[in-house]
Design a protein around this ligand. Structure first.
Ligand code: 0L1
Ligand code: MG
Length: 267
């Protein structure tokens, strides 16, 4: 049960979005509102989303976060969380990220999908997801918590749009039938050295589980216009690797088996 007034939701959304836009840390939202729950947290996230739309931003996708069992255990939760991607977060393959606009960026290699049909929960299953996926792409997500030292609790990170900051897609686009997402290997390099390796199974056992869970989470809590995943939705399914800290001067490359390589530079 959400407990915050609309005014409090609007004011926290403004504070969090300002922090994201200016690259400044803020107190956790639960420091001011210790009883704030998941419902309030998503209300704040959706209010940030609305602020971006009101200024002419375009929502270009959804992301899943906390999709590894290890990270969920660490946060004491049993379900992942989701956030939105807006056009201002998008960086082209080979592009440059202005690290001066971020606080303490970290990169994660991810597997991204685009849906070809609507997905609707509750009860959405992997088989339905498999039938609905149009294509698969390699991705890098840059996360950047607006809280000091990436220290937060679950309502605070949901409110902060799951630390979403930038993302990059590119490489080779493939049909799902041509890939085994569970065993798909990923190598993450920083400044030419391998820093992380992983396989798709790191994402909830299979990245398509993550998409099914997203459809089910949206059906539970999404505002009316957001309670399904429409056809044509780009989705970051969650980190295949641990998040790696980066700073100005770093170059990052992700190599996804069968999907080519994508890279970003931080300046
Ligand atoms: O994309 C992610 O998995 C991040 C989710 C939020 C938690 C974090 O910032 O580490
Ligand atoms: Mg991520």
């Amino acid at each position: 049960m959400a407990v915050l007034s609309q005014e409090a939701v609007a004011s926290l959304a403004k504070r969090l979005e300002q922090a994201q836009l200016t690259g400044a840390t803020i107190n956790k939202v639960t420091d001011d509102y210790p009883n704030l729950d998941w419902g309030d947290a998503y209300n704040i996230q959706w209010a940030i989303r609305q602020r971006k739309l009101d200024r002419g931003g375009r929502i270009v996708g959804l992301k899943m976060g906390l999709t590894s069992w290890a990270k969920m255990r660490q946060m004491g939760v049993e379900t992942p969380i989701y956030g939105f991607l807006v056009d201002e977060f998008s960086v082209p393959d080979g592009g440059v990220v202005d690290a001066g606009k971020l606080i303490h960026p970290r990169v994660e290699a991810e597997i991204a999908v685009v849906t070809g049909r609507e997905l609707r929960g509750p009860g959405c299953q992997v088989a339905q997801v498999a039938a609905a996926i149009d294509c698969v792409l390699p991705a890098i997500e840059v996360i950047d918590s607006r809280y000091e030292n990436f220290r937060f609790d679950l309502p605070s990170v949901i409110s902060d749009n799951c630390s979403a900051a930038r993302f990059c897609v590119g490489g080779i686009t493939r049909r799902l039938k041509d890939l085994d997402l569970k065993t798909l290997g990923v190598v993450l390099e920083k400044n030419g050295e391998v820093v992380e390796t992983g396989a798709g199974a790191a994402v909830l056992g299979h990245p398509l589980n993550s998409v099914a869970m997203l459809a089910n989470l949206l059906s539970e809590r999404g505002p009316q216009e957001l309670n399904t995943i429409p056809a044509g939705t780009f989705i970051l399914t969650g980190a295949v690797t641990a998040a790696v800290a980066v700073q100005a001067g770093d170059a990052v490359r992700a190599r996804h088996q069968g999907l080519g390589a994508i890279s970003l530079r931080f300046a």
